[in-house]
Design a binder for this molecule. Sequence first.
Ligand SMILES: Nc1ncnc2c1ncn2[C@@H]1O[C@H](COP(=O)(O)OP(=O)(O)OP(=O)(O)O)[C@@H](O)[C@H]1O
Ligand SMILES: [Mg+2]
Length: 352
Amino acid sequence: MKRESDGVHLEKPLLWSAIAVLVAGIFVADTVTSLEVAVAVLYVVVILLSVWTGSPRAIMLVGAACGILTIVSYLLTSFGDRNSGLANSVLSLVAIGATTYLALRIEAANLATRQAQADLARMSRVILIGELGTSIAHEVSQPLAAIVANGNAAIRWLGASPPNGGEARKALERIVEAAGRAGDVIGRVRGLAARKPPSREPVDLAELVQETLGLALGEIRGSQITLRTELTNLPMVSADRIQLQQVILNFIANAIDAVKADRSSERDLLVSLATDGEKITFSVRDNGVGLPQGSLDKVFDPFFSTKPGGMGVGLAISRSIVEAHGGAVYAAPNYPNGAVFGFTLPIREARS
Ligand SMILES: Nc1ncnc2c1ncn2[C@@H]1O[C@H](COP(=O)(O)OP(=O)(O)OP(=O)(O)O)[C@@H](O)[C@H]1O
Ligand SMILES: [Mg+2]
């Protein structure tokens, strides 16, 4: 069962076909019926439908086309009372104008909502990074202080006359131990991103992906990227919704960066969900610049980035989160160009 790109709710060609068919139908009906019948007011339905395109220009275009066709119908229709025909046409034009204005207002409000959501998602990530930095600094500062104190002690014991080798050795042992603890903290850096155990709640992945794509939609449309989705309906999984959303958003943001960086081809993204009954696979396939040469194994490392201004934390955080859910992340080259990034979640683990 597939829920094809519903654009994100309606695939655009489908939407435009629906608009074209309705406009043509209303135009014909308006032209062949008597002037006294105000068929043209039905154009308001088409204008409201055009809000789904998510583009103010498209809404204005549809509104203008409806207005012009209303006038053309009035001029072409040859039967019925001309005066009431004129009144009907004027009323229809007023309705069309008012609806176009309202549709534009609705689209502006939608855009503001999408932007606010995207800002929120970005902020939550910045907060996560901030938290991460604070915890690392905090946990490493203690062993570092111990290393300094014991180092000084060892210098003193060795400088004494006669030198106290026994005490100096103990101080050095404490240094090694503290250094080991600092190393452990660094090693846990990845784990820190998912420090709080993921809160578990039933999550419909297809819905979550759809919702997350909504956050990136402004950017996708604005960058002339063709987005396709293949979202199979899956069993609900028990997961941390916000954390998974973060992961999905990171993969999508990277894919957008990758296609934008490649100027040579049409920009395509395919976001899909699949299952083999045991695990769920989420993937983002792009035809962008492709994986950095020879660094396939580094892309998930913290602070690895090939982008000017990139922090290199998106994938590292994503890996921590997915692994905390008992899953795994992966990256592979896409054929003929671009990359595929994604993760798998075991269904049983996700449920427990
Ligand atoms: N879809 C992709 N196509 C090609 N390379 C990618 C893709 N996704 C990630 N990479 C590579 O992996 C690196 C690490 O990605 P990651 O998301 O961790 O950091 P970033 O995007 O560089 O910065 P940020 O921390 O702001 O997300 C990228 O710099 C890029 O080289
Ligand atoms: Mg990134």
